[in-house]
Write a protein that binds this ligand. Sequence first.
Ligand code: FES
Ligand code: FES
Length: 163
Amino acid sequence: MTVNGETKSVSIDPRTSLLDALREYMGLTGSKKGCDHGQCGACTVLVDGRRINSCLTFAVMYQGQKVTTIEGLANGDQLHAVQQAFVKHDGFQCGYCTPGQICSAVAMLAEAKAGCASAVTADLAAANVTLTDEEIRERMSGNLCRCGAYPGIVEAIRSLAEA
Ligand code: FES
Ligand code: FES
């Protein structure tokens, strides 16, 4: 598979989760293991631009696909706009959930821009969605933060939506 623009080839047990393949076999420890059963979102990565919980899925399912982890978002020393917004708006404390939060935010901004409705979207026919705080909270509800940095996370994403 292609991970952060590089071709990676690993020989693994077919039961290996994508998260374990990234962390244990490719040395990409940015994606975190919080719960290992789909509850916290700390392991969120992007596959062909869509966010997934990498702990819930087998690595072999992504043979030949493009995976992006937190390590692949910045362009050299230039942080991705979502990373910059999290820094500016204090969207974290300990940082454990942050890689997942940021990957999730990158994909959710694209989803909203493409007009994908959420459970709280009033106008399902709208071509694109206005990201109110309620929309942001709903769309980020799969990413938990034990430090409770939620106000900063919402503010960071709102600032990008407004921009
Ligand atoms: S580690 Fe994957 S959702 Fe918690
Ligand atoms: S910043 Fe500590 S868990 Fe979210």
